[in-house]
Design a protein around this ligand. Sequence first.
Ligand code: ADA
Length: 561
Amino acid sequence: MIRTFQRHIVRKQMELSESLWQFEPCSGPYGGQRFLMAVPGCWESHPLFADYRGEGIYRKRFQAEGDIQIECKGVSHTAVLVLDGKQIAQHYNAYTPFLVVVKDLAKGEHLLEIKVDNRFHENSALHLPNDYMSYGGISRGVMVEQLQSAYFEYAHVKTIRKNDRWFINLKAAISVLKKERLRDKKVIAKVTIDNQTFEWNIRIDEKDNYELNTVLEMEDVLEWNPESPNLYQMVLQLFVEDDIIDDLIERFGFREVRISENNILLNGKKLRIKGVCRHEDHPDYGCALPYGAIYHDLVLIQQMGANSIRTVHYPNDEIFLDLCDEMGILVWEENHARGIEEEQMKHPLFEMQAENVIKEMIAAHYNHPSIFIWGILNECASETLFGRECYKKQFELIRQMDDTRPCTFASCKFFQDICFDLPDVVSCNIYPRWYVDQSTETYMTEIFDWIEQDKQGKDKPFLVSEIGAGAIYGYHNQHQGKWTEEYQMKALNEQISTCLQYDGCSGVYIWQFCDNRVSKEWFASRPREMNNKGIVDEYRREKMSYAKIKEIYGQYGNYFD
Ligand code: ADA
């Protein structure tokens, strides 16, 4: 499964995932042997490779002819694509999609090989030993699509609210593969939204790419919000004379996110965030959670009264985003980085790799109404001048690509941070009662006082982007000390209640939804090689905190007024 709705009726698609591929590890005790491996999936889900860090080759045969596009939604974490023995693409980073167009294939069977690498190699500036696991494998869907002489590359919909009227700004791109077949022909792209249609006449000349940019006013709009997540479809069809040669279906929602003074407004109302941070992680599936397991997480989260998820610390699978769109869950989506210090940010490939994640993330996820904010560079060197330059450049890039959403970063450098003037929303990761032996009230007051003095982040909305405490599922002791379920529950009770009542705080993200595996090269002080601050454990069994959070979140609505 690639998405939760059909994206093409005319364009022929073939999913290569949701099937077994041949897998050959390149090293280790099974190096050179062949196995069957589920795609999408992580090789860690196979008992023989539960701890394999290295390279592996996946192979799949398929039938095709002519011009095709191969899209990988995510390969963890470095991929080299080889088709019929010839390298056609290379991609770094587990968490963003990439595609390659291959022209003039002969009719018949073709062999796709994907060489995957999950080692922390010297060319990897973002995948590092860390407080989460960098798994190995083709962890998201793979699709082959048959292309005609021209096709839709993308369509982005921006919804604009002006004096209670709704407009959409549509940007779509067409790519031409065979100009000679289209020259002097009537080429029309037809866009249908609801019952409005718009036609765009294209004169094919020497160019390979054509861009449409138009604004349409929409009547009787049903807004998207967490209470009523109304979704609309936009159908794009490409005609040559009277034949339809390509199509693209996109889904979006009418909603506006705006910052006003120190509030985040959703369709004009002051939003209160009751959130959780969530890693894509499960002992049975690694980072490749199937649709049903993602849905299960979202139901647990929503039933607990949360209205938002922060995708720590990387962009998530589009199935997750589709479900959030449908279920009305607000998403803080962030680029890939966690705790990268100045020295590591100076890695010669850091800037390019981080920017690529931003570019691929925004291009692919632009239309999801659930995403209400972009986050970058969690807990990186925002206390240094070099770090500041990186934050600045990345925010500029985001704003250039998307001026409809605010942006932020989660800082742990407050009291030294020199970047709070850069984001639209100031966010801090805080751990009173866990790493810091202070009450939440005292700690929050110190931070607010510092922001007031520092002035850079003053008068901006403020979010607690992480707060929490560890607990091992089923662990109790007489004194209810750290790592017991009781301690976690007591700490979270105080932390969350304080944040939600704190004047000037727009909301809170609990660290974290479920326990997650950490890379063993990093494990630090983590029992079980897991980050145990989940309010459910890795199998989604509720710790005592879950019911407590449900009680607290249940007392607060989605808005401040
Ligand atoms: C950080 C970090 C998380 C996690 C957390 C913790 O704030 O952003 O990824 O490591 O701390 O559990 O300590």
